[in-house]
Design a protein around this ligand. Structure first.
Ligand SMILES: O=P(O)(O)OC[C@@H](O)[C@@H](O)c1c[nH]c2ccccc12
Length: 260
């Protein structure tokens, strides 16, 4: 059993508990549920911004604790000031030490799009994402069937959410190119064994149809990597650990952006 299988198994139990605690109908009355989502595409393509989707991540299964002191509202505010196009907030508690309140705190603090970074296995979590203030959801091809991806993406669009599909190889990409997907993220990290290779982004780049926003995810720690990815045709860059592992993630992104 891979760590990914383990995460998914626990996630399904967690979702059933959440449904029992807060029925879906109740989520529809949460204030953020009726607030319009911000556009990922517009923010990524905004020439005033960097294309960086900067992530707030306290811990990860591959690295353990990354940062347990920096407050979410301070970090995301600094990410926005530094020119991030969007912010990603981990909401998984078990493996990443995140929660849904982090998402709402981020929403209060900034006005760029926010990604709920989560292992989505059920439509309920998409409703939750919207209710807690997210603009974007992540669908991970390695965790879902083709039919689920299509159905979840359509439902997210119905709620006005943007959809980022994460792929790791050509098969996952070609199987899941649905209309209701806005952006494709190539994860340079293999979620099954955690190995990282930026080359994955280059290998898949030309196989992504032009109508999708192209995002390179994970393992980016050098401004020169962004310059090269941008030149090749990537528009978005998802970066977490490189900022979060420092004592001051807000300063780290500001220093990083000066070099791109
Ligand atoms: O911290 P990094 O290496 O910069 O990576 C960020 C992000 O891409 C990574 O956290 C991630 C990519 N896909 C995921 C799926 C679930 C959880 C986390 C992730």
């Amino acid at each position: 059993m891979t760590i990914l299988d383990k995460i998914i198994e626990r996630k399904k139990i967690e979702v059933e508990k959440a449904k029992a605690l807060v029925p879906l109908e109740e989520l529809l009355n949460y204030p953020y549920f009726s607030v319009a989502c911000l556009s990922l595409r517009e923010s990524i393509l905004d020439p005033e911004k960097t294309g960086i989707i900067a992530e707030y991540k306290r811990a990860s299964p591959s690295k353990g604790d990354i940062n347990s002191t920096s407050a979410v509202e301070d970090v995301v505010k600094a990410y926005e000031e530094a020119g991030a196009s969007a912010v990603s907030v981990l909401t998984d508690g078990e493996f990443f030490k995140g929660n849904l309140e982090d998402l709402s705190k981020a929403r209060e603090a900034i006005s760029i799009p926010i990604l709920r970074k989560e292992f989505i296995v059920d439509k309920y979590q998409i409703t939750e994402a919207k209710a807690y203030g997210a603009d974007i959801i992540l669908l991970i091809a390695a965790c879902l069937k083709k039919e689920e991806i299509q159905e979840f993406a359509a439902y997210a669009h119905q709620l006005g959410l943007n959809v980022l599909l994460e792929v790791h190889n050509e098969q996952e990409l070609l199987d899941n190119l649905f209309d209701d997907i806005d952006a494709i993220g190539v994860n340079n990290r293999n979620l099954k064994d955690f190995s990282v290779d930026i080359q994955h982004s280059y290998d898949l780049l030309n196989k992504i149809p032009t109508e999708y926003i192209k995002v390179s995810e994970s393992g980016i720690s050098d401004p020169s990597t962004i310059k090269a990815l941008k030149k090749a045709g990537f528009q978005g860059f998802l970066i977490g650990e490189n900022f979060m592992k420092t004592a001051d993630p807000g300063q780290a992104i500001k220093d990083f952006v000066k070099e791109i």
